[in-house]
Design a protein around this ligand. Structure first.
Ligand SMILES: NC(=O)c1ccc[n+]([C@@H]2O[C@H](COP(=O)([O-])OP(=O)(O)OC[C@H]3O[C@@H](n4cnc5c(N)ncnc54)[C@H](OP(=O)(O)O)[C@@H]3O)[C@@H](O)[C@H]2O)c1
Length: 247
């Protein structure tokens, strides 16, 4: 039986991805900062483990407890929207600690394990902000662009070991907990000088026609995990696919 570990499965894209692989008959190690058992159907193929991607000890402990894995998905992420000049550097640190260094730390801990067993696949979830510029998201975009470049380079050195490296690029998903989870972090990040600009940007968010569903991301991760063609980037969701095609 194939097995996968996914970070950030308490809600949104990560939860849908974990459920999808479980439904496809995989052994799923669903990780989250605080495990919540009621989220999944009871299954002997499900293992719930605590994992905070900003805590190296917690990453090692989760990988030790997970045993042999075929695939690892770095989905955990946090957002911040606002004017960069008003975004405290502590917030920029927090976003990079989770989105960028958290992803790198999980990869670094997983690589020797995958190498020892002769291969596997790493999937890093970034964002469609790496396909097209998004206003008022400078720090968040930078955190995801770094993961894009990191994964693209890493793919070369891991290929000889049979480890495939993939990127999944979701578009805007209004139905996940992403905005709510970032609510406190985003307070006060639009100073009066930016108010008119921000109003137009936020009105644009409210009027989007194409968005991304949780199932789009689960299916893109599924395709990325199975892929043996060498494709690196997998846009997920109608908006992300349209942006990728426009490039
Ligand atoms: N929704 C969007 O519009 C959108 C668009 C493009 C890309 N994305 C990306 O898609 C991924 C999933 O986001 P989502 O929309 O599904 O948002 P979400 O519902 O907020 O899910 C994010 C998950 O990350 C977890 N997480 C946060 N910090 C963590 C940490 N330090 N260690 C481990 N887990 C942590 C959260 O768990 P807790 O319960 O512990 O907080 C949650 O399970 C993120 O990487 C995000 O950047 C989202």
């Amino acid at each position: 039986m194939k097995s996968i570990l996914i970070t950030g499965t308490s809600s949104g894209y990560g939860l849908a991805t974990a459920r999808h692989f479980l439904a496809q008959g995989w052994r799923v190690v669903a990780t989250m900062r605080t495990p919540k058992p009621g989220l999944f159907p009871a299954s002997p193929n499900l293992q719930l483990l605590p994992l905070d991607v900003t805590d190296l000890g917690s990453i090692q402990a989760a990988l030790d407890a997970a045993g042999d894995l075929d695939a690892i998905v770095n989905n955990a992420g946090i957002g911040v929207v606002g004017a960069f000049e008003a975004t405290p550097m502590a917030t920029v640190d927090e976003v990079f600690a989770t989105n960028t260094f958290g992803t790198m730390a999980v990869c670094q801990a997983a690589i020797p394990r995958l190498r020892a067993r002769g291969g596997g696949v790493l999937v890093n979830v970034t964002s469609s902000v790496t396909l097209a510029r998004m206003p008022l998201a400078a720090a968040y975009s930078a955190s995801k662009a770094a993961v894009d470049a990191f994964t693209a380079s890493l793919a070369f050195e891991l290929e000889p070991f049979g480890i495939r490296s993939k990127l999944v690029l979701p578009g805007y998903g209004p139905t996940t907990a992403f905005a709510a989870n970032g609510g406190d972090r985003m307070q006060g990040l639009v100073p009066p000088a930016y108010a008119a600009f921000a109003e137009k940007v936020f009105a644009g968010f409210a009027n989007v026609t194409l968005t991304t569903r949780e199932s789009d991301v689960a299916e893109a991760v599924w395709r990325a995990v199975q892929d043996t063609t060498g494709q690196l980037r997998f846009p997920a969701g109608a908006d992300a696919v349209a942006l990728a095609q426009a490039r």
